[in-house]
Write a protein that binds this ligand. Structure first.
Ligand SMILES: Cc1ncc(COP(=O)(O)O)c(C=O)c1O
Length: 369
């Protein structure tokens, strides 16, 4: 079976892990955490990086740092992972969704203005799969309405938008280092910002809000969201090869594009837009209506040919956990609904070989013939 993701550890990962064990530094106090924070925040064009234990909690931390809470609304794409909405709901705020664009699968900036109310506090943009959100219209709206911008850049380490670094375009950004991301640490994530006050607040909240003078006195409730030195050691080794990793991801995208581009029964995310080149976090395809089955069936058929694949995200406005609360009952997001049902992604991990991409693409072509 060709796995949907296979990470590569062909740098200093083992050496740095051994260093942790040899020196005894395995907790968050170890030196690799700081190194990862400094190196990764630079990659993303931010002055501050706060390493945490995963990308989902990075979003929770970002919202808490911005003091988003009960009575607030946050606008986000319906087509995203549950983590984004879960963080908003857990903060006590309300998620307000917009549909994605037909061809980039990213939130449609043209739909945001219609969702802004007096309670809107922030826009959470999520850079989906390989292309960033068209940020300039979002930035303009946020300025005009005095809203925060939270960028979820979990899937796009090292991506840029009109030459500006993704992750540095709003007030605060978050990433994940789960093993299918560009930089991986096993489990892990980071909050990024250029605002020192926000960064200090994130560090405080990440570490249980210990008092500076009297450690076990707490003025506020925080969390233990710390990353261990062991995780950071892997991340630092990965970061040394970020250029190669991004180049490999684009090569994988190119291998698939060469084999599938222009097929009348398939839609792919665009290779580039006016503002960015696809970084291919994953290589997604959407089955045209002429294909007589949906993504779930396509995945079963691919599996029978030895190729693993994954579903696209399921839209937030159709999630049972929210519908059961009576939310989003009249919401329609036709683009998100369509790609959720007809979209899947092919093996696209950094460890993929051209032969495996070839077998995967051929298998797809055979099943949709
Ligand atoms: C856009 C996005 N946000 C957040 C997350 C959550 O990150 P984690 O799995 O590290 O909690 C993911 C994970 O895949 C993601 O794709």
């Amino acid at each position: 079976m060709i796995p949907v993701n296979r990470p590569l550890f062909d740098g200093n990962e083992k050496k740095y892990l051994n260093e942790c064990i040899d020196t005894g530094w395995i907790s968050s106090e170890g030196p690799f955490v700081k190194k990862l924070e400094v190196g990764f925040s630079k990659l993303m064009g931010c002055a501050h990086g706060i390493a945490v234990c995963n990308g989902s909690l990075a979003i929770e931390l970002a919202l808490a740092a911005l003091r988003i809470g009960p009575g607030d609304e946050v606008i986000l794409p319906s087509f995203t992972i549950i983590s984004c909405a879960a963080a908003i709901v857990r903060a006590g705020a309300l998620p307000v969704v917009v549909d994605c664009q037909h061809d980039t699968w990213n939130m449609d900036p043209a739909l945001i203005a219609g969702k802004i109310t007096s309670r809107t506090k922030a826009i959470m943009v999520v850079h989906i799969y390989g292309l960033p959100v068209d940020m300039d219209p979002v930035i303009e709206l946020a300025r005009r309405h005095d809203l925060f911008i939270i960028e979820d850049a979990a899937e796009q380490h090292g991506q840029s938008y009109k030459g500006r670094l993704v992750g540095s375009l709003g007030d605060i950004a978050t990433v994940s280092f789960y093993p299918n991301k560009q930089i991986v640490t096993g489990e892990g994530g980071m909050v990024l910002t250029n605002d020192k006050t926000l960064a200090d607040r994130c560090r405080h909240l990440r570490n249980l809000c210990f008092d500076k003078e009297r450690r076990f006195i707490h003025e506020e409730l925080g969390w233990n969201f710390r990353m261990s030195n062991l995780q950071a050691a892997i991340g630092v080794a990965q970061l040394e090869r970020i250029g190669q990793i991004v180049a490999k991801k684009r090569q994988i995208g190119h291998w698939y594009q060469q084999r599938l581009r222009g097929h009348p029964r398939l839609q792919m995310q665009r290779e580039r837009t006016e503002y960015a080149e696809n970084i291919y976090w994953v290589f997604g395809v959407v089955l045209d209506d002429a294909v007589p089955f949906d993504a779930a069936e396509a995945m079963t058929r691919l599996k029978s040919k030895g190729v693993d694949s994954r579903h696209f995200f399921w839209p937030l406005h159709e999630q049972p956990v929210f519908r059961n609360r009576g939310w989003f009952m009249n919401e329609r997001c036709p683009n998100a609904e369509r790609i959720a049902r007809r979209g899947l992604y092919l093996p696209s991990g950094v460890g993929l070989t051209e032969k495996e991409a070839d077998i995967s693409a051929r298998a797809l072509l055979e099943i949709i013939r």
